[in-house]
Design a protein around this ligand. Sequence first.
Ligand code: CO
Length: 301
Amino acid sequence: MQVDDLAIYRTIEHLSSYRNRYYASSYGRESAEWIRDTWAALGAGRDDVSAELFTGCTTCSTQPSVILTVTGSELPDEVVVVGAHLDSINGSAQGNLEQIAPGADDDASGIATITEIVRIALGSGWRPQRTIKFMGYAAEEVGLRGSNAIARRFATDGVEVVGVLQLDMTNYRSGDVADFKIISDFSNADLRSFVGELFDTYLLPLGLSRMSQACNYGCSDHASWTSAGFPAVMVAEPGSPQAPFFPRLHTTGDTLANMGDSAANSAKFARFGLAFIGELAKTSAAAGDRIFGDGFEAAGR
Ligand code: CO
């Protein structure tokens, strides 16, 4: 199996077809349930895979977060998290539940990237040594609420989280910029170095390039994990020389059509995500060869 731009495209297309995924709207809950069902189907028949809705956020209205757990074969108590936010918002709608907020880039692209990582990893029969939890967070756009509730819960429960990867906006790239951006703040320095080395090992040989940039505020769910005391990092699209991110985020124009009608940029992040889980969740020999062999054929791995 290989990363498939079209599979990512179709997931973004579906998620951006909801009127919105606003945390307090019925569509916000429906879309979360669709993600849960889609991820569960990718793990069908595996007794080490389970999908759940996290409803322990008291400020997330009716929107649950989604968690897909792949239990580690050898180190099940050590947890790797890969997440994106599932909600969307229209910044000028003042909370109207019927607002138009396709959120194709922000952040259907991150959820679609994770969906493709899960499809390849589980479809290859891959089994991690450490437990992996793939997360779709509720209510990010109104203050990182879903991720905060989960990170606080994990801290209270003493869960051993070895690393958190956040994917928020992976699909927009325009002009003379790198392919991939590591967010330099509200994150863990060691994990940022690890991500840079991973990129140089797995994606640089594919001819891809990286850059680093600060958000200057806790711009996504990695900040929830950081403030709860866990090592976290965020990666994102490079944007353009004029803008750090897709300029049409939080508008009715956050659509695939306005991003070149392609998911090619997100595919780079899916390849990176496979490297991240392969290395950080550790790989059981034979299956690990498959996950990398399939994800990185172009690099001769
Ligand atoms: Co976002």
